[in-house]
Design a protein around this ligand. Structure first.
Ligand code: UD1
Ligand code: PEP
Length: 418
């Protein structure tokens, strides 16, 4: 089992290159199952979830090559449509195999997914939408079994905004017979990137980035190329780390437009934030960090995947900051761990009331999910002593070489085999 040892070493300074977005690369890799010719995807981050996805694609019979940040997939000869529990259990996004396999091959059997244990995370919206498109679906022994000779277009109004739910139904609709309309669709940049990928391979999707998607079914997708958009959550995580250490960093290969609300909150917290087309600079030198209230909502609101990092920001900042989580019912697992480091946080329902905690002290803490682990590393950057973060396999699901990137910014962080 690996651990991180993190010791405070003053302000983060320098430049960090942002990787491609995990939550865009994963759906796009599953979308490659729809194409009858080879597809090449670049700016793919090197992450555990990506490795798992590539294994799944190979299991289905796709030919896959992966060099640096470029993945090529040839899904012309898929031989089976079965996604087993052993691979699917670690990764939420594996549910995204369902739509593409079902719509192209008329059948799919996919284990119910794992991923971050931040709530119940049902997949009823995925199943209901596919049923509306004519699929016969049963859920037995932890597996979703779906069949349909050819999916039919439908008018789907989603009960809740769901990112992967929208993505699954959009992918299914691409090869369905007729024009599908998805209302109350997710507007996240990663949904837009998936639509761009699909359209560049022959799909006919309009409305991506709004809450209504219109998808004109086509008989087949062809090959092509795509570059994955930058990871806005990785970017935001480094910016918060710079803010709490009173640092001055530049994130390169970033997408400032996808992070507007987070950048606004960082400015409200007292940071000087400047942006160019593909870079963001955060300068906190000699400035006072103030607490900020945040409430998680679907895009373009404040992202739930930045909530844990802002919880730490509020503990370090002057004042009292309220962090309200409205998307997931169990996304405060970082709070008890931060409390062990001296953080003054009180949970009131779905709000964490974060008080300025004059001195955080190092402790052995346990990563419970991806962004919770990132928040513990950030806390370690300002705590007195050496923080030991356990179970860092969670962080490896979503951050590419986080310790190398932090080290280059001057942080003292080391990966050890415990
Ligand atoms: C791989 C990926 O892209 N993961 C992201 C995706 O997760 P994911 O797509 O799983 O999250 P959703 O947007 O689906 O979840 C939003 C809410 O809807 C609920 N829900 C969802 C589907 C469903 O069928 N029924 C249902 O009730 C969920 O339990 C949750 O309360 O969006 C989340 C919200 O921005 C992010 O935190 C995750 O990082
Ligand atoms: C919750 C997350 O991931 P997943 O949906 O893959 O569990 C995340 O990226 O913060």
């Amino acid at each position: 089992m690996q651990q991180f040892l993190v010791t405070a070493n003053g302000p983060l300074q320098g430049e960090v290159v942002i990787s491609g977005a995990k939550n865009a690369a994963l759906p796009i890799l599953f979308a490659s199952l729809l194409a009858e010719q080879p597809t090449t995807i670049s700016n793919v981050p090197r992450l555990k979830d990506i490795e798992t996805t590539l294994k799944l694609l190979q299991l289905f019979g796709a030919k896959v090559s992966h060099e640096d940040d470029v993945v090529s997939v040839d899904a012309s000869a898929i031989s089976n449509q079965f996604a087993p529990y052993e691979l699917v259990k670690t990764m939420r996004a594996s549910i995204l195999a369902l739509g593409p396999l079902l719509t192209r091959f008329g059948q799919a059997e996919v284990s119910l997914p794992g991923g971050c244990a931040i709530g119940a995370r049902p997949v009823n919206l995925h199943i209901d939408g596919l049923r509306k498109m004519g699929a016969e679906i049963t859920v037995e022994n932890g597996y979703i079994k779906a069949r349909a000779s050819r999916l039919k277009a439908a008018h789907i109004v989603m009960d809740m905004v769901s990112v992967t739910g929208t993505e699954n139904l959009m992918m299914a609709a691409v090869l369905a017979d007729g024009k599908t309309i998805i209302e109350n669709a997710a507007r996240e940049p990663e949904v837009v990137d998936l639509a761009v990928y699909l359209n560049s391979h022959g799909a006919k999707i309009s409305g991506a980035g709004t809450d209504t998607l219109v998808i004109e079914g086509v008989p087949a997708l062809h090959g092509g190329q795509h570059k994955v958009l930058p990871d806005r959550i990785e970017t935001g995580t480094f910016l918060v780390a710079a803010a709490v250490t009173k640092g001055d960093i530049i994130c390169r290969n970033a997408a400032p437009a996808d992070l507007e609300v987070v950048l606004e909150k960082l400015r409200e917290a007292g940071a000087e934030v400047t942006t160019g087309e593909d870079w963001i600079r955060l300068n906190m030198t000699g400035r006072k960090l103030n607490s900020v209230d945040v409430k998680t909502v679907p895009h373009p609101g404040f992202p739930t995947d930045m909530q844990a990092q802002f919880t730490v920001l509020n503990v370090v900042a002057e004042g009292v900051g309220m962090v309200t989580e409205t998307i997931f019912e169990n996304r405060f697992m970082h709070v008890p761990e931060l409390q062990r480091m001296g953080a003054r946080i009180r949970l009131e329902g779905n709000t964490a009331v974060c008080q300025h905690s004059p001195s955080l002290t190092a402790a052995q803490v346990m990563a419970t999910d991806l962004r919770a682990s990132a928040s513990l590393v950030i806390a370690g950057l300002v705590a007195q002593g050496t923080t030991v973060v356990d179970r860092i396999y969670h962080i490896d699901r979503g951050y590419e070489r986080i310790e190398d990137k932090l080290q280059r910014l001057g942080a003292h962080i080391e990966r050890i085999n415990a």
